[in-house]
Ligand binder design. Structure first.
Ligand code: TRP
Length: 369
C-alpha cells in the first residue's frame, strides 16, 4: 500500500495556539467486524502512523446513534467493539501503545459538541454530501437533527483530545474540514485553545466490493472480512464480479475497474505473478478461474498472520476490556481538562464563580448580623 499525504502541517496553530505534541485521533462506529476495505482505507495507515504519534482510537457509539439507535443496535455495541479492537490489534496496532476509548463513556464529549455547535451554521452542514448519503443509506426520509450534527460531534472528539492529526478515508474528509474551521473560529473568538488538526488521507483508492460496486461495505454484503477462514475467502473470490464483457478465457479482458485485479494489486505479494496475469488477461490467454484461484491464495497469505495474531489476542481473556477501560479513563481525564480550558476561555466559568463568591459573601454577612 502506498504512502499518505498531509494536507497541512500537524500542529499548525491558528492565532498562536500552543504547539502540541503530535497526537492522532481516528476511529469507527461500532457496527461490526472489519473487512479488507477497512484495511486498505484506514487500518494500514493507522498501523504505519501509530508510532509517530500518541495514538487515540475512538469507538464512536454516539455517532452510531445518528443512524442506528434501536435497543438492539445499542445492545450490539459491546460485541462489535470487542471485534473491532481485536481486528485492529490483529492488523498490527500495538496494545502497549494504542489508546482505545468508548465515546459514550466520556460524556464531556457531548458537552464539547454542544459548545462547538454555536460556531457552525446549518447551511454549512447541509452542504456536506456524506451526510445526505448516510441519511439515504439509513432509509431516512428527512435529515435527523443528530445526523446533521455528525461533523460537529466528530469535531468534538478531535478537539477534545487536542489531536494534531486525523487519518481518515475520503468519506470523512469533509468532517475533518469542519473540525478545522471550528478550531480556528474558537481560537479567534475566545482564546487559542486548540491546535488545528491536519487531515491525513491515504493515497489508495477505496476497495471495490466483491460484487464490483464501488465500495466494500458490510451493508451491501460484498465484503471479505479479516476473520473469514480460507475456504470462505476462496468461495467469495470465485464468485467475484469481473469483466462482464469477457465471455470466455480466450476473450481479451479489461483490467481497469475490474475488482479482481484491484485486489491483486492491493494484496498480492508476488508482483511478478500479478504482471503475468495482467498481461495474459489482456491478451485473452488466461481463464478467470486461474486468476481468481491465485487471488484467493494471495488474500489467504495476507490474512494468515492477521488471523494468527487475532487468535492469540482473543486467547488473552479480558485484554480488550482492560484496554477499553484504561483507555477510556485516560481519555476522560484529558477531555475534562479540555472542557475546563474551553469554559475558561469562553468566560463560562467566570459568571458562576462570581455568583458563588457573592452568595458566600451574602450568607456570611447574614451570619454576622
Ligand atoms: N466518522 C467516523 C466513521 O466514519 C468515526 C469517527 C467518529 C471518527 N469520531 C471520529 C473518525 C474522530 C476520526 C476522528 O465511522
Amino acid at each position: 500500500m502506498s504512502g499518505h499525504t498531509l494536507t497541512t502541517t500537524p500542529g499548525e496553530t491558528a492565532s498562536g495556539a500552543p504547539p502540541a505534541a503530535p497526537r492522532m485521533l481516528t476511529g469507527d462506529r461500532p457496527t461490526g467486524r472489519l473487512h479488507l476495505g477497512h484495511y486498505v482505507g484506514s487500518l494500514a495507515n493507522r498501523v504505519r502512523l501509530q508510532r509517530r504519534y500518541e495514538s487515540f482510537f475512538i469507538v464512536a457509539d454516539l455517532h452510531m446513534l445518528t443512524t442506528k439507535n434501536s435497543a438492539a443496535d445499542i445492545a450490539a455495541v459491546r460485541r462489535n467493539t470487542t471485534d473491532m479492537v481485536l481486528d485492529s490489534l490483529a492488523a498490527g496496532l500495538d496494545p502497549e501503545h494504542a489508546v482505545f476509548f468508548l465515546q459514550s463513556a466520556v460524556p464531556e464529549v457531548a458537552e464539547i459538541s454542544l459548545l462547538l455547535s454555536s460556531l457552525v451554521t446549518v447551511p454549512r452542514l447541509e452542504r456536506i454530501p456524506s451526510l445526505k448519503e448516510m441519511a439515504r443509506d439509513a432509509g431516512k426520509q428527512e435529515m435527523p437533527f443528530a445526523l446533521l450534527g455528525y461533523p460537529v460531534l466528530q469535531a468534538a472528539d478531535i478537539l477534545a483530545v487536542k489531536a494534531t492529526a486525523v487519518p481518515v478515508g475520503r468519506d470523512n474528509a469533509a468532517h475533518v474540514e469542519v473540525a478545522r474551521e471550528i478550531a480556528r473560529r474558537f481560537n479567534r473568538r475566545y482564546r487559542p485553545v486548540f491546535p488545528v488538526p491536519a487531515l491525513i488521507h491515504g493515497d489508495v483508492p477505496s476497495l471495490p466490493g466483491t460484487d464490483g460496486q464501488n465500495k466494500m461495505s458490510k451493508s451491501l454484503g460484498n465484503a471479505i472480512y479479516l476473520t473469514d477462514p480460507p475456504q470462505e475467502v476462496h468461495k467469495k473470490v470465485m464468485r467475484m464480479y469481473t469483466d462482464p464483457a469477457r465471455t470466455g478465457p480466450s476473450v481479451p479482458g479489461t483490467i481497469e475497474g475490474n475488482p479482481v485485479f484491484a485486489y491483486h494489486t492491493a494484496f498480492n505479494d508476488r508482483p511478478a505473478e500479478v504482471a503475468d496475469l495482467t498481461e495474459r488477461y489482456r491478451a485473452g490467454t488466461v481463464g478467470d478461474v486461474e486468476v481468481k484461484q491465485k487471488l484467493a491464495a494471495a488474500i489467504n497469505r495476507f490474512l494468515a498472520p492477521v488471523q494468527e495474531r487475532r487468535t492469540a489476542f482473543s486467547a488473552d481473556e479480558g485484554l480488550v476490556a482492560e484496554l477499553i477501560v484504561a483507555g477510556t479513563e485516560r481519555t476522560r481525564r484529558e477531555v475534562q481538562r479540555t472542557v475546563a480550558d474551553m469554559r475558561d476561555a469562553m468566560g463560562l466559568t467566570a459568571a458562576f464563580t462570581e455568583f458563588r463568591r457573592q452568595a458566600r459573601r451574602t450568607s456570611s454577612a447574614a451570619e454576622a448580623t
